[in-house]
Design a protein. Structure first.
Length: 226
């Protein structure tokens, strides 16, 4: 068997092709939840411990079901960051910084640089990152039986709920900001929760993610696919 050109080895020893991921490469029961449960949001800058992507998805999908009862929206939220099990949680400021650096490199190209090429460089970076996430999402969504692409209105609502979760997480988990965050974050209404968010240890985060997965997708097998 020939190895893919660019791939990662997963927790269970699978090869996940990053250039051409497919549904049969995705282990939704072990690889994905356990990686997300060990992956910290906010680049690890939470004083009470590593607050995981898995926990973020659990709180959001649960809040959506409690407030709206919209199962497709809750399913979409539970998976909206699932591609990060393969590429990590690239914080928005980090992505913005990398985009700016790539743009600056293009702007400085001898003979052809300048503002136009800076815009080209920035767009190439954004497109490459978006395509990597998209290809992983397609494989993950096929694995759980969700249509791709999702309806635009569902994607728009996921964005709103993601901002609301971020507002709650910032208030409950982070130190006081030294500067205002992006305007859309500052304007977001935090989700309604019973009590404050506390950081789960990673085994609990993985188990809770799996439990909610099977509540939202009852047709999925409880055991890892061969």
């Amino acid at each position: 068997m020939t190895a893919p050109d660019i791939w990662i080895q997963t927790t269970t020893g699978r090869a996940l092709d990053l250039m051409a991921p497919t549904a049969d490469m995705v282990d939704i029961v072990t690889d994905l939840p356990e990686a997300l449960a060990r992956l910290p949001r906010f680049i690890g800058h939470v004083q009470s411990g590593a607050y995981s992507v898995a926990q973020h998805q659990c709180h959001g999908s649960e809040a959506i079901m409690a407030e709206t009862g919209n199962q497709l929206l809750a399913q979409a939220f539970h998976l909206h960051d699932a591609h990060e099990y393969a590429i990590g949680d690239i914080g928005t400021p980090v992505a913005q910084g990398l985009e700016a650096r790539v743009g600056a490199k293009f702007a400085a190209l001898p003979g052809i640089g300048g503002p136009t090429w800076e815009r080209v460089g920035r767009k190439l970076f954004r497109d490459a990152l978006a395509e990597q996430k998209r290809d992983l999402d397609i494989a993950i969504y096929e694995r759980v039986g969700l249509p791709w692409p999702l309806p635009p209105e569902i994607l728009a609502q996921v964005r709103v709920w993601d901002l609301r979760m971020l507002a709650a997480e910032r208030a409950h988990l982070l130190a006081k900001p030294p500067y205002p965050w992006a305007a859309e974050v500052e304007a977001a209404a935090p989700i309604r929760m019973k009590g404050r968010i506390t950081v789960w240890p990673w085994p609990k985060a993985a188990d809770e993610w799996r439990r909610r997965l099977h509540l939202l997708f009852p047709h999925l097998p409880a055991r890892r696919a061969a």
